[in-house]
Design a protein around this ligand. Structure first.
Ligand SMILES: NC(=O)c1ccc[n+]([C@@H]2O[C@H](COP(=O)([O-])OP(=O)(O)OC[C@H]3O[C@@H](n4cnc5c(N)ncnc54)[C@H](O)[C@@H]3O)[C@@H](O)[C@H]2O)c1
Length: 476
């Protein structure tokens, strides 16, 4: 049946289906183009996928077609659907006809949702309602009301989606970096879990600080539709999700020590906004950018933009007795050193802000044991120019033990792990989830396993515009 929407066919000669299913990628931005194409090629080679197609918006046609040049396996079809009308973020009736056509009416499609997050929820609900396997980039949903992010809808909407998904047989997963991360999961959380079991001790402090080194200029806050701030969300809903999830995965371990107790989490946050920018990034620093004269040093015009930085302190305590279990902090800061020296965005698709990431986690188990890790990216030594954004990844992990209580242990141990450019810890961790989903094995990141993270995310998001006020939620 011919489609009512414009479509671009890449290869009409190949059959629609071989052995595996057909994958539809909705939203072919830099992330889908850059991160997941190797996994798709492997899935086709293994026979888990027959082939794949891309669905994006008509307004992005040229940019999307440009992105196809670098793909190891070309898509079967590329379909452009009309941009949603003002105030809407997805037009599901257009997608429905595309999906029906690509699936040939059979139950043979799977959907990878990789649009800007405002559009995730409509596509995710579509897949859940029709029992189609889906995988979505973080954050799973980003509810909007009257053109702005409405944090109060996060948990209710996510809970409803999870309940609806439980009625069907399709598998729905979320792409995030913490669940299979070599450092956060294998070098930190699993050894901590083992120590907790041996000592019978809870996590008594957990501090996570991530510095993402993202530098947006005033006009970029106003113009960007990717990683936007103008709809009332920022750092937390961009990179922040990963680290809220990591924090929740650690704090949930306390349940193994006190399985019959209920906990509550109290948190208080402080944020900085684009409107604070000139106070925080002075003209002396701004003036070091190339072509800075074309980009006046100024704060963005709108004071209601989403946050750039968020710092929270929290307490996890027993809900009944009010006894404190864990004290900690979570810092999601983007106004930290990156590698940007340019004013106009360079001709790179991914990481055009010159983001350079550095994360520290410190976790203590009572008076007996603690671990610390720093995961960092530094530019490659053979940088080809100021906007060559390649970086390599390394981590240092250390452990401190009260060896007086355990003579078989050492007071301090340390190790370093390196990764070359193109194979970062986060890349491997995220593609691991994608590969598992493609091959039909357990992902470790199914949608329902993100409810606790969503509850904490909502509390944090509500505190962004309510700084200094305590929020208390049940945990988990
Ligand atoms: N894991 C990470 O570290 C990481 C990093 C960056 C982004 N992300 C996530 O990956 C996703 C994609 O990121 P990106 O930077 O490529 O995003 P982007 O906003 O640059 O691109 C998304 C694409 O989706 C398309 N799109 C938007 N609305 C659509 C709709 N209604 N229907 C169909 N297509 C639509 C856009 O035209 C664009 O081509 C986001 O969810 C983002 O949060 C993850």
């Amino acid at each position: 049946m011919p489609l009512a929407v414009p479509r671009f066919r890449c290869d009409l000669s190949a059959p629609m289906q071989a052995t595996g299913k057909h994958l539809i990628i909705v939203g072919f931005g830099p992330v889908a183009g850059y991160k997941y194409s190797r996994s798709i090629r492997s899935a086709i080679e293994r026979g888990d996928l027959a082939d794949y197609s891309i669905v994006d918006l008509v307004s992005q046609r040229e940019t999307v077609l440009e992105r196809l040049q670098i793909l190891p396996v070309p898509p079967k079809e590329v379909v452009f659907i009309p941009d949603p009308p003002p105030g809407a973020w997805a037009n599901i009736s257009d997608f429905d006809s595309v999906c029906n056509s690509l699936s040939n009416g059979s139950n043979s499609v799977r959907v990878f949702i990789s649009t800007e997050p405002k559009a995730h929820e409509a596509y995710l609900r579509y897949c859940i309602d029709r029992d189609i396997d889906s995988i979505v980039t973080k954050p799973a949903i980003l509810p909007m009301r009257n053109g702005r992010f409405d944090a109060s809808l996060l948990l209710p909407r996510m809970t409803d989606l999870v309940h609806c998904a439980a009625q069907g047989t399709a598998r729905h997963a979320l792409l995030c970096l913490g669940r299979h991360h070599e450092i956060y999961e294998h070098e930190m959380r699993q050894p901590v879990m083992k120590q907790m079991a041996e000592l019978g001790a809870p996590i008594t402090s957990f501090h996570l600080r991530t510095s993402s080194g993202v530098w947006n200029l005033a006009d970029e806050y106003e113009s960007r539709e990717d990683h936007p701030y103008k709809y009332g969300y920022g750092m937390l809903m961009h990179g922040g999700y990963h680290y809220v999830d990591v924090m929740c995965q650690f704090l949930a371990l306390n349940k193994q020590i006190y399985p019959d107790e209920d906990f509550e989490l109290e948190l208080t946050s402080y944020s900085a906004f684009p409107g604070d920018q000139t106070a925080r990034i002075p003209e002396t620093v701004h003036g070091r950018l190339s072509d800075f004269a074309d980009r006046p040093w100024r704060d963005p015009a709108d004071a209601n933009y989403g946050e750039t930085d968020l710092v929270t302190s929290y307490c996890l305590r027993n809900k009944r007795t009010k006894r404190v279990l864990t004290l900690g902090t979570l810092s999601l800061e983007q106004s930290t050193p990156g590698m940007r020296s340019w004013a106009p965005f360079p001709e790179v698709e991914y990481n055009k802000n010159g983001r350079l990431h550095c994360t520290d986690i410190e976790v203590a188990l009572s008076t007996a044991f603690s671990m610390h890790c720093r995961v960092i990216k530094i530019p490659v030594e053979d940088k080809k120019g100021p906007s060559d954004v390649r970086a390599r990844n390394f981590a240092r992990v250390s452990a401190r033990t009260n060896a007086s209580l355990d003579p078989s242990a050492q007071f301090y141990t340390e190790k370093t792990i390196e990764r070359p450019f193109g194979n970062s810890f986060s890349y491997t961790a995220e593609t691991d989830i994608f590969d598992k989903w493609l091959s039909g094995s357990t992902t470790g990141s199914d949608l329902d396993s993100h409810l606790t993270t969503t509850a904490v995310l909502q509390a944090l998001a509500e505190s962004v515009f309510d700084n200094g006020r305590q929020k208390v939620i049940d945990f988990p």
